[in-house]
Design a protein around this ligand. Structure first.
Ligand SMILES: C[S@@+](CC[C@H](N)C(=O)[O-])C[C@H]1O[C@@H](n2cnc3c(N)ncnc32)[C@H](O)[C@@H]1O
Length: 280
């Protein structure tokens, strides 16, 4: 069963503001449209799964669960090689909606600039030389001192899909504080993660993704997979992310556990949605 914990009603006026049938049609159209930019499979460094299908699935989650609207100003932290951006080109209003992506992998940013910005000028991508032991080992910027190059309250919707799954806890806290700063009143963060709850840790029915045998590191809150480099997959203690969101000044509205832990759900990683303000 999908565990959806509605912690607080998040801006209900936005949820389902977009017609359900239209969302289904749009997701289908994204998957079928062979004219949309699609990177060579060998250059995709953002995870397995079908590039278009994963992007279309998330477009649906952003609209249905996150209340994303066509006129929103979107920031995608860790935009990779455009997996989330490509479907958004089919939804955001070219005149009113904007998208900004940042990432420490130059190849991904270059591809996005060439294939996406050239056709959709309201989509911009910026390389940031943030250090990461796997993605950008020689990076000059220490993520612990990150300052996003955007003004306070300048975004309605911030995306972090499959990003905190590669960051240590202290860095996650820094990023969440920055997200709280750049979100406009009423804005929302949509984040995915691995929360190691009892089911995920104990794997009672042996249905968990076999690649994710997380073991707690020291006294937590991080969990790593012993066979992998630590930042290849990071899980967090149950409750850590909610507390970090609240400490950052965000108010958590949704936590939905994903099927990586072996429960049934319509998404793989855990989803957290948090609104600007009010959570401290
Ligand atoms: C698994 S990929 C996910 C990419 C994208 N969000 C998606 O879902 O397609 C993780 C991304 O996080 C980026 N990344 C790694 N460290 C980062 C950091 N400190 N700040 C921002 N992005 C980072 C990587 O370069 C990579 O593009």
């Amino acid at each position: 069963m999908t565990e959806v914990v509605a912690l607080k009603k998040a801006h209900p006026e936005h949820i389902h503001a977009v017609n359900d049938e239209y969302i289904d049609w749009l997701m289908e159209a994204v998957v079928r449209n062979r004219f949309l930019p699609c990177p060579d499979p060998d250059s995709v460094f953002v995870g397995d799964g079908n590039f278009q299908a994963v992007g279309a699935e998330f477009l649906g989650h952003f609209i249905r669960r996150g209340g994303l609207l066509p006129e929103h100003r979107v920031l995608d932290i860790g935009s990779g090689i455009g997996r989330m951006a490509v479907p958004l080109t089919q939804y955001l209003d070219p005149a009113k909606g904007t998208y900004r992506g940042i990432d420490p992998v130059a190849g991904g940013i270059n591809w996005c600039q060439q294939k996406i910005t050239s056709v959709y000028p309201n989509f911009e991508f910026r390389y940031m030389d943030i250090a990461h032991s796997l993605y950008n080992p020689k990076g000059a910027i220490d993520g612990l001192f990150l300052k996003l190059p955007f003004e306070d309250r300048s975004f309605d919707f911030v995306i972090m899909t499959s990003v905190v799954t590669h960051l240590p806890d202290e860095e996650v806290s820094v990023y969440l504080r920055e997200v709280a700063r750049v979100l406009a009143p009423g804005g929302r963060l949509f984040m995915t993660a691995f929360e190691v709850d009892t089911v995920a840790a104990e794997n009672p029915q042996k249905k968990r993704d076999t690649r994710l045998g997380f073991q707690r590191y020291d006294n937590g809150p991080c969990w790593f997979v012993p066979e992998l480099p630590p930042l290849a997959a990071v899980g967090f203690d149950d409750g850590f992310l909610e507390q970090a969101l609240i400490k950052a000044g965000l108010s958590v509205s949704t936590k939905s556990h994903g099927h990586w832990r072996g429960v049934s759900a319509d998404h793989y990683q855990d989803i957290f949605i948090a609104g600007a303000g009010g959570g401290r």
